[in-house]
Design a protein around this ligand. Structure first.
Ligand code: AMP
Length: 216
């Protein structure tokens, strides 16, 4: 099974939910740069305060900071476990820097899954989204509810709506996505490892397709 996988797509296109399923069903090593960055903010460190200013505005955090965070996270993990990235890379600079870094360590990306989604679909989904404040696991009030209302199935932590999931900020983040991240679709397509999934389909359908593709 391919185990070095990138999930690409706009905010709210279902990347976090797909990542959670792949983690539970196949033991993928999942990391989300958004979650790692929110943890920095919660620590209220000097870096966290700097990062918080970008998150509040729905802007991307500078490439160097994100690359350092990803490299230190992956350096701590076991290479044979692979990785499943949700939310990274988000710019061409990040993508090419990661290709160079991972290529020299035998960690090159094997598969990119692009969750294609319209702005309206993203908006309708994101308003119901709730995340665990402790472990970052993602739920949806209607589509993926937790077993106990307001509690994370995985760790028992509290569930909350993210501060940047307001309609105005989601629209802003979608614009940032179109400008900075969508060019990665062509970048990875040219490398020959991109698969497109239609994010408007049911989660079961999407998961079935992804499983077949990762086992190829
Ligand atoms: P997410 O949880 O993936 O929606 O990310 C939340 C926020 O974290 C984004 O709106 C950005 O401000 C920041 N962020 C997450 N991943 C990245 C990245 N790869 N590059 C730059 N900023 C990021």
């Amino acid at each position: 099974m391919r185990r070095r996988v990138i999930l690409l797509g706009p905010p709210g296109s279902g990347k976090g939910t797909i990542a959670a399923r792949l983690k539970t069903e196949f033991g993928f090593e999942h990391f989300s740069t958004g979650h790692l960055l929110r943890q920095e903010v919660a620590k209220d460190s000097a870096v966290g305060r700097q990062v918080g200013l970008f998150l509040e505005r729905g802007e991307l955090v500078p490439d160097e900071l994100v690359l350092a965070l990803v490299e230190s996270t992956l350096a701590k993990s076991r290479p044979e476990q692979g990785y499943l990235s949700d939310g990274f890379p988000r710019t061409l600079v990040q993508a090419s820097a990661f290709d160079a870094w991972s290529g020299t360590r035998g960690l090159a990306i094997e598969q990119v899954i692009y969750c294609e989604s319209s702005e309206e679909l993203v908006l309708s989904r994101i308003t119901g989204r709730r995340s665990c404040v402790a472990c970052g696991h993602v739920y949806h009030a209607t589509f993926v509810p937790p077993k106990t209302v307001g509690r994370c199935d995985e760790c028992g932590g509290g569930l909350a709506q993210r501060a940047d999931d307001s309609e105005a900020l989601v629209r802003r983040r979608f614009q940032v996505y179109l400008r900075e991240t969508e060019p990665l679709v062509a970048y990875y397509r040219a490398q020959g490892n991109l698969t497109v999934v239609d994010a408007s389909q049911s989660l079961e359908k999407i998961m079935a397709r992804i499983e077949v593709m990762l086992r190829q």
